[in-house]
Design a protein around this ligand. Structure first.
Ligand code: CMP
Length: 140
C-alpha cells in the first residue's frame, strides 16, 4: 500500500476543551504523521464551501455555525493508506456508534460536535488540502 495523505480538522469542541494534544497523540499512535498543521478561525464562507456537499441537509446551518464557533486545527496527515486508516481511527460519525478506542468514542459528545473530520477519499483529500494549505506549508 502506498503512502498517501489525508485532510483532518480538529473541530471547535476539541479546541474549546483543550484536547488537541490528546487527539494528536491518538493520531500519531496510529502511525499517521502530522506533516501540516495550522490553527485557524474558519470564516462562514470557508465553512460553507468546505461543506457544500451537505448544503441541502437539515443540519447544514447548525454545522456551519458550529465550525465557525471557535478555532479549529487543520491538518495534513501522511501514512500508509492514510485516508482509510484515519477514518478507522476517528470512528463512526455518530459517537454513539463509534468503536471503543476511536477518537469519537473517546472524546465526542454528539454527532454534530464530533471532534474530528477526515477526508472520505484520496481524491477529496487533495481538494480539501488545497482549500487550507499551500504546498510549502506541508513538510513530509
Ligand atoms: P464531518 O465528517 O465533518 O462531515 C459532515 C459533518 O456533518 C459530520 O462530520 C458531522 O459533524 C455533521 N453531521 C452529520 N450528521 C449530522 C446530524 N444529524 N446533525 C448534526 N450534524 C451532523
Amino acid at each position: 500500500m502506498a503512502t498517501e495523505r489525508t485532510f483532518s480538522i480538529l473541530k471547535p469542541d476539541a479546541t474549546k476543551r483543550n484536547i488537541t494534544g490528546a487527539v494528536n497523540a491518538v493520531i500519531e499512535k496510529a502511525a499517521l504523521r502530522i506533516v501540516g498543521q495550522r490553527r485557524i478561525q474558519m470564516s462562514r464562507a470557508q465553512a460553507e464551501t468546505f461543506y457544500e456537499i451537505h448544503k441541502e441537509r437539515p443540519f447544514f446551518g447548525e454545522l456551519v455555525t458550529f465550525m465557525t464557533s471557535g478555532p479549529v486545527v487543520v491538518q495534513v496527515l501522511e501514512g500508509e493508506n492514510a485516508v482509510a486508516r484515519y477514518r478507522e481511527v476517528m470512528g463512526a460519525t455518530n459517537p454513539a456508534q463509534a468503536a471503543e478506542g476511536t477518537i469519537r468514542k473517546t472524546f465526542s459528545e454528539s454527532v454534530g460536535e464530533n471532534t474530528v473530520h477526515g477526508s472520505d477519499s484520496a481524491e477529496n483529500a487533495k481538494i480539501e488540502i488545497a482549500q487550507f494549505f499551500e504546498d510549502g506549508d506541508i513538510v513530509g
